[in-house]
Design a protein around this ligand. Structure first.
Ligand code: 5HY
Length: 245
């Protein structure tokens, strides 16, 4: 099977890191295609970035549909454009926030999320509620460092994330940690060894869930709100995105 793992920001080093994490857990007969849009924000750190990242994300889904991709992972913790992507895709589409929260709920009765900037905590909170995870989510913590700090070798981000996870374990009555950024995909094993509880990265969780769904022969329902977009003209720079018959 072919799984397209899409980093919705345009930072190639983060896409590479996400691709390595995905390939490390994928089954031998799974081909991982890690990609990012050619247009959009270098990092997603708020509602505006998210909104404008979705056009590039959907362009990647269009290309995946044209090349026989079986399933998709949206590798940004805001799960931007998830439902729009499901309208376009035949196969399953999972967001890393959704996947990580569900995986955490399978191994603990409570988890805490550790994300990047304080201003994105509200986005994580909205997803916790949307996914019905409020009774599992003990806290949403932020290291308050920019997303691209994770791409700088020797940055204090790594130590700061580990310290925030230790504080969560000590204070939040949680039994697991959910890492709140695609750029943290290389960290779960190291942190889990350090603090002794499950630490979940959404990229790897989503890849395994998509593999399971595809193996079960499950695809996105095309009855109701996730049916293909209704054909109509689009104007201006978005004209090429007009849904076709
Ligand atoms: C992410 N931003 O996973 C989110 C993290 C965040 O560019 N990739 C990004 O803080 O929302």
């Amino acid at each position: 099977m072919k799984i397209q793992v899409i980093n919705p920001n345009t930072t190639a080093s983060m896409t590479q890191k996400i691709g390595l994490a995905a390939k490390a857990v994928a089954s031998p007969d799974t081909e991982i295609i890690a990609c990012n849009p050619t247009m959009g924000p270098v990092s997603i750190e708020g509602h505006y970035d998210e909104a404008l990242s979705v056009v590039g994300l959907l362009e990647e889904i269009h290309q995946g549909e044209a090349t026989g991709v079986d399933g998709y992972v949206i590798a940004c913790f805001g799960d931007p454009g998830l439902l729009a992507a499901r309208e376009l895709a035949r196969g399953p589409v999972l967001g890393i926030a959704e996947a990580a929260m569900h995986a955490a709920s399978f191994v603990a009765t409570g988890f805490s999320i550790v994300t990047t900037l304080k201003r994105t905590q509200v986005i994580a909170r909205q997803l916790v509620e949307n996914y019905g995870m409020s009774r599992f989510c003990r806290n949403i913590r932020a290291i308050d460092l920019p997303v691209l700090e994770l791409e700088i070798a020797g940055s204090p981000a790594r130590k700061t994330i580990i310290q925030e996870c230790k504080s969560a374990l000590a204070e939040d009555d949680c039994g697991a940690i959910v890492l709140g950024c695609g750029g943290m995909a290389d960290l779960p094993a190291e942190i889990s060894d350090e603090i002794g509880i499950p630490v979940i990265d959404g990229v790897t969780a989503a890849v395994k869930f998509v593999e399971a769904l595809v193996s079960l022969g499950l695809s996105t329902s095309k009855v109701g709100d996730l049916a293909y977009p209704i054909p109509k003209p689009y104007t201006g720079m978005l004209a090429p995105f007009a849904p076709k018959k």
